[in-house]
Ligand binder design. Sequence first.
Ligand code: NAD
Length: 492
Amino acid sequence: MAENDRLLNYIGGKWRPSAATDSLEVVNPATAEVLGRVPLSPPAEVDEAAHAAAVAFPAWRRTPATERIQYLFKLKGLLEEHFEDLSRTITRECGKTLDEARGEMRRSIENVEVACGIPTLMQGYNSEDIASGIDEFMIRQPIGVAAVIAPFNFPAMIPFWFMPYALACGNTYIVKPSERVPLTMQRVFQLLDRVGFPLGVVNLVNGARAAADAILDHPTVQAISFVGSTAVAKHVYARAAANGKRVQCGGGAKNPIIVLPDADLPVTTRITADSAFGCAGQRCLAASLAVTVGEATGPFTEAIVEMAATRVVGYGLEDGVQMGPVISPESKRRVEQLIGQGAGEGAKVVVDGRAARIRGYEQGHFVRPTVLLGLPPDSEVARTEIFGPVLGLMHADTIDRAIELVNSARYGNMACVFTQSGTAARRFRYETEVGNVGINVGIAAPMAFFPFSGWKESFFGDLHGQGLDAVEFFTQKKVVVERWPTEWSRKF
Ligand code: NAD
């Protein structure tokens, strides 16, 4: 659905070319092939989408929830039917392996499935006779027009943390995908178009900062979900709140895993490698620090170095590839610079992924898995989100010190512990200041029926994406106190 390879917006149920004068190339990060051009839509096109969504809202909110979810059931069917080609689109524009892309699609569909429970999930509650003959109800109603501003690393899943719930609850919606990976949403909107939602219920506006800011400032948009880097999350949170909007913002991360001496070493190492190097480290739940406690240090270091050095790096559509490229040449340069900085701050680069050349993909933006041994806890690199396949190793003498290290971070997205001790695991779960905890799990990614949490500088707001939090976010509560004296009834 492109005109001269330029992607289209989808506004008011129609595919529309953007009037934008500026556009960016969408590039396959493994092959450097140009896959299309994304227009940087001007604020006027956000305005058109907001208008279309506002016009569609009154009829959509009056559509019974049981009918609204029929559209989602149909969407689920189409997503299943196109599962493989959507997964391949994700790999082509984002770089992750096909299996990782399939995992992303599975979680996207799971969110549609959970949102199909909305007739139950959005029920309110009531109390009869709060005083004699007086009843009180809490009713949930949709808030109106809502929007998502999404990051590059999960082109499908992150919009799906929000969109199905927004629609199921009776809101109308605008998606602004990341300008770096807009093709997946272009494909998803072709399916949304086939579903036949009433015109204006779902809208797509491609663009970058100007389009995002137009969403933040638009008086019609009532609620905004953002996921991206912490700096932008803070900007979005402040600006949307200043404009009186409901807002939830996921930010960056620097996730530690703790390895206790009694951990099952082969399992721990395999899981840690998958977490640190999966999606080329471009997951907000990627482990980027491993803190080994006591005598775990020697054997764990040896094993993880071996795993990092032997990981198969290449084009994610090829069989056997375990890790793809990072998203862009800028990202590759930044990751490599941070590896150098880590060395400058005292770490030893025991596996060095810089200057990677992948045969057949010499133009790709590859960084191989990298391990920084003895990264000082107070170094800049130990506290900075790298967003690449780089694992920093640290040692702690005790679990107390390891927990202290976890809690000294500015981020609080995820922390994991590997141990066979229930007592140690419980303590870790209880004391760590993070939103997602893994116990012998390296990517503690919540299922669609749990909130995707995040604390500290990893999240701004209170209600998260997915599950019941999303239902809360996309509805407003109305409380009704009702009296029908029997003598009034007798008159009729
Ligand atoms: P990003 O912050 O650069 O961009 C995210 C979105 O914001 C994009 O749609 C972009 O167009 C828009 N944007 C960028 N700059 C803007 C500005 N100044 N004003 C308004 N809008 C702006 O993030 P990214 O590089 O696409 O994604 C990677 C980041 O996302 C990482 O930091 C990662 O940790 C984070 N992330 C967090 C979670 C989470 O759940 N906490 C999940 C996935 C990714």
